[in-house]
Design a protein around this ligand. Structure first.
Ligand code: ARG
Length: 272
């Protein structure tokens, strides 16, 4: 099967101030040492890779005291040039929202929405073709889904996460192409599993091992799928479907419970 890559526009944040000094997900162990230089070096490789693949990458200034700001995917959801800015669940990350709001405004976006309900941007909202797959259960408030449908003008499919290790949708599911996804069924409630099986009967399913190395925290441009290099089994299955998996090492960031996709916010459409 031949796959077509489309050039993308991303927003990223260098992990200059990276550390794990609080814990808001089961991966974060403040007692375990972290290395900001190593985090930056790994991140720089991802940043360079996206550009080598022909994508445009913009940057937002990392702010001291916000060590999770590297996870730019959480800052907003952008569709057709409209930005719905996040409202974070935890106080530790709350100050990231105004930074994103300001970034979008300064870049000429006029349709910039400050969210009423808690939503953690593309951590829980993944655009698949015309629909938004929307996670809830740990971070994004279920009530936010209707708000998102209204602001972004796309139908929203609610998916309930049930395993605290996979607290954001993008840790348990990745969009590969318009109507193709890969996901880890055990991360979802029985009802959501039925929803996913109905919508995506041909989906690539991840094993426990794939999920545990954050293999689903991947970024696809329609052909090339950038994912953690440890997810070897998943990479082989993607290759068999005609995708081109590219493994990267961002293990330092995994100490905060994030990987490739978490670092990458997609900017869709010119500023509206
Ligand atoms: N430490 C961050 C948090 O718990 C990690 C966020 C990962 N981002 C993501 N898109 N899954 O909020």
């Amino acid at each position: 099967m031949s796959r077509t890559a489309r050039p993308r526009h991303y927003l990223m944040c260098r992990p200059t101030h990276f550390t794990v000094d609080y814990s808001i997900n089961p991966w974060m162990e403040p007692a375990k040492p972290t290395d900001a230089d190593r985090a930056v070096a790994q991140w720089e490789q991802l940043y360079a890779l996206f550009q080598q693949l022909g994508h445009t990458v913009e940057l937002i200034e990392p702010l001291p005291g916000l060590p999770d700001m590297v996870f730019a995917a959480n800052g907003a959801t952008v569709v057709d040039g409209t930005a719905l800015v996040a409202r974070f669940r935890h106080e530790e990350r709350a100050e990231e929202a105004p930074a994103y709001l300001e970034w979008f405004r300064s870049r000429g976006y006029r349709a910039v929405h400050r969210a009423e309900f808690t939503n953690e941007g593309e951590g829980d909202y993944l655009l698949a073709g015309d629909r938004v797959l929307a996670g809830t259960g740990f971070r994004t408030d279920r009530r936010a889904h209707a708000e998102t449908e209204r602001v972004l003008g796309r139908p929203v499919v609610t998916l309930e996460l049930v395993d605290p290790r996979y607290y954001h949708l993008d840790t348990a599911l990745a969009v590969l192409d318009h109507d193709e996804i890969m996901y880890y069924p055990a991360a979802f409630s029985p009802e959501s599993r039925r929803t996913l099986a109905g919508l995506y009967p041909g989906a690539v399913l991840a094993t426990d091992e794939d999920a545990a190395v954050f293999g689903l925290n991947a970024v696809s441009d329609g052909r090339r799928v950038v994912l953690p290099e440890a997810a070897a089994g998943l990479a082989a299955r993607l290759r068999a479907r005609g995708f081109e998996p590219i493994g990267v090492d961002v293990t330092e960031l995994l100490k905060a419970g994030g990987s490739v996709k978490c670092c990458t916010l997609e900017l869709r459409g010119a500023p509206a």
